[in-house]
Write a protein that binds this ligand. Sequence first.
Ligand SMILES: [Fe+2]
Length: 293
Amino acid sequence: MSMPEETAARPRGLRISKIKEHIGAEVTGIDLTRPVDEQTRRQLYDALVDHVALVIRDQDFTAAQFQAAGELFGELMEDQNRRYLAPGVPLVSTLSNHHKDSQGNQAKVAKTATWHTDHTNQELPPKFTALYPVALPDSGGGTALCNMRAAYEALPDGLRQRIDGMQTANTLISSARTDNANPDILDDQRDSTGEPMIQPLVRTHPERGSKAIWFHMGKTERILGMEPAETQDFLAELLEVAMRPEFTYVHEYRLGDMLMVDNRSAMHKAGFDYDHSQHRMLYRLLVRGDRPY
Ligand SMILES: [Fe+2]
């Protein structure tokens, strides 16, 4: 005898509330391992795009269930680093401070401690990134997020006009950022034969029409027309001017949080302010995006 299929009903306790004026919303009262009706799915999707990031509380996922929850937001894509996948779940990768590189050394993670948006060296970077903690240190290890739409809009006119139309050349790892890099990633970079991926520095949101400052500090080889070192200085200064405390939010994870980020309007940064003898591991998945413009 087969069980009747569980039908999707509107979750009665669903609540979506702002975390900060300019960034983030918290979602409670929904279990994404249960079927989700279309109206609710759309509501979550729109809240993510409107608020730049969503924290969906109190989930209890296996890697496969996390993958299925990610699929509510679109088609998933592969992580370009195929080394640290969740076993048997190829669209979920693991981010861990205890990963070993192929030399057997604790994999260096410092390269991710810069502001970035994911996979800018690809033609179609992910529109959303989702993270779900599996192991957490006692404190710290949060993910910092910034609303780069608000940051762009608040720029002085002259600077805004100056960066409009700038383009970045992106590689797996910028030659200005090879210190501290994972040797496996450096090998991958040496083996890569493709041309750098040219991306806009100011990206237009395909669903909202808003513009946002958009780059990966560790993957930008250069701004076209600038040298690599000059580029790094320029981008660091741009962030200095553009990022204001009111546009940023550091998400300190609780077990059960599914953090979703709209990469078209946000940049993010991992926090390293924790005891590295303790284990921090997150599942990550990526939702396919389209060609930035
Ligand atoms: Fe990232």
